[in-house]
Write a protein that binds this ligand. Structure first.
Ligand SMILES: Nc1nc2c(ncn2[C@@H]2O[C@H](COP(=O)(O)OP(=O)(O)O)[C@@H](O)[C@H]2O)c(=O)[nH]1
Ligand SMILES: [Mg+2]
Length: 369
């Protein structure tokens, strides 16, 4: 399951977005050293799973999920230095920086003025500084250890960390540094914040959603006006605009009303859909499905995953005993209406361990126990 951590300055709308994403008014809390982390689960909307569920009429429909973290530091900034001490944040797959762009004077914004580009840069600087501290402490310890003994492992670690330190000293986030192969693996182990893919969520004024014209264009314009263009040229960084407050109100309506409301605003997708989709794209995630009368289920994996590794998402026994994957694409199955019809047309393939799973594949794994 993907884990996404919300960060940002005080009163930027983190908790509002958290509630929008997880539908949680009451949320589970995981304890950690300094206060609490709110943990909520978001169901990934997927029209394909809806269609498969309609076809199979299973007892259970299980969407893919994304876990969101929020810190209940009401109105305060979640400074990067505090994040270093929070395991859930260190382990997160991606960061979502909620940027205050709504003006509402009744909600004070600690830096005083509204300036999303400044806030984006300020947070970036904080992440870089926090990582630099971690890198320096680790390097110091490594140098001591390397004086006592020779170790290719530790030497590799030192080399990667030295590249990290140099980039950070130049003010470059680690997600903008091109690490490959073993270096990349090693980097992941350090759990640096500036190495995590970053989604900027620009939290706009209601008026920007409710003003006339095509909402998508208005929102795009507002995002550009926020001055984030330079930011977005960086690798593993993306942006999406929402109006968290009004979208939370919409999300609390029943489905039909919510759809009508969104259509009224000229929006094709809800805020939840847009943020989830942007996170998926940023993290290069795709979905495959398992279907049956018992359960229709979506699973998320990173693009390029092999059939055997995908099987391991379901259960390690299935990966271990992997024999073959029976695969059909979503389009042929949705068009023909049944697996049997797909078989008749030769559209169900038998694939081996190394087969690279495609987005929308419906897979039946054959395995030995
Ligand atoms: N006008 C307006 N107010 C918002 C919006 N998003 C959040 N707020 C309000 O801003 C205040 C702070 O929001 P919150 O989500 O708690 O911010 P956090 O400190 O970043 O967690 C709350 O009173 C929210 O209702 C928005 O899009 N527009
Ligand atoms: Mg909050």
């Amino acid at each position: 399951m993907l884990r996404v951590a919300l960060i940002g300055f005080g009163s930027s709308g983190k908790t509002t977005l958290f509630q929008l994403m997880t539908g949680a008014r009451e949320t589970a809390r995981a304890g950690h050293a300094k206060g609490d982390t709110s943990v909520g689960v978001s169901k990934v909307p997927d029209a394909r799973l809806d269609r498969l569920t309609a076809m199979y009429n299973p007892r259970k429909r299980v969407p893919a999920t994304v876990e969101f973290f929020d810190l209940p530091t009401s109105g305060r900034t979640t400074g990067a230095q505090t994040l270093v001490d929070i395991a859930a944040y260190r382990n997160a797959d991606a960061l979502v920086h909620v940027l205050r762009a709504f003006r509402d004077p009744s909600v004070p914004h600690p830096p005083g003025t509204i300036d999303p580009a400044r806030d984006a840069q300020a947070m970036e600087d904080e992440l870089i500084l926090a990582d630099l501290g971690v890198a320096e402490r680790r390097l110091e310890r490594l140098e001591k250890d390397l004086k006592k003994m020779r170790s290719p492992e530790l030497e590799h670690e030192r080399d990667v960390l030295t590249v990290c330190r140099l980039a950070l000293e130049e003010g470059r986030p680690l997600r903008a540094v091109d690490f490959q192969g073993e270096d990349r693996k090693r980097l992941r182990g350090f759990q640096f914040f500036s190495a995590k893919p970053l989604l900027l969520v620009i939290n706009l004024d209601e008026s920007e959603l409710t003003g006339g014209g095509e909402a998508a264009t208005r929102v795009d314009r507002a995002a550009k006006a926020a001055g984030l263009t330079a930011f977005l040229l960086r690798a593993a960084t993306a942006a999406v605009a929402v109006c968290a407050k009004i979208e939370l109100e919409i999300a609390q309506l029943d489905r039909a009303d919510a759809a009508a409301f969104l259509a009224d605003l000229g929006l094709k997708e809800s805020g939840l859909d847009r943020v989830i989709r942007a996170s998926y794209d940023l993290l290069d995630q795709i979905s495959f499905f398992t279907v049956g009368e018992d359960e229709c289920r979506a699973w998320s994996i990173v693009r390029g995953t092999s059939a055997q590794v995908a099987a391991g998402e379901i259960h390690s026994d299935i990966a271990r005993g992997f024999i073959r994957a029976e695969v059909v694409g979503y389009e042929p199955l949705a068009t023909r209406g049944s697996m049997a019809a797909c078989r008749d047309h030769g559209e169900v393939r038998l694939e081996g361990k190394e087969y690279v799973v495609s987005d929308g594949d419906i897979i039946n794994f054959r395995f030995a126990t």
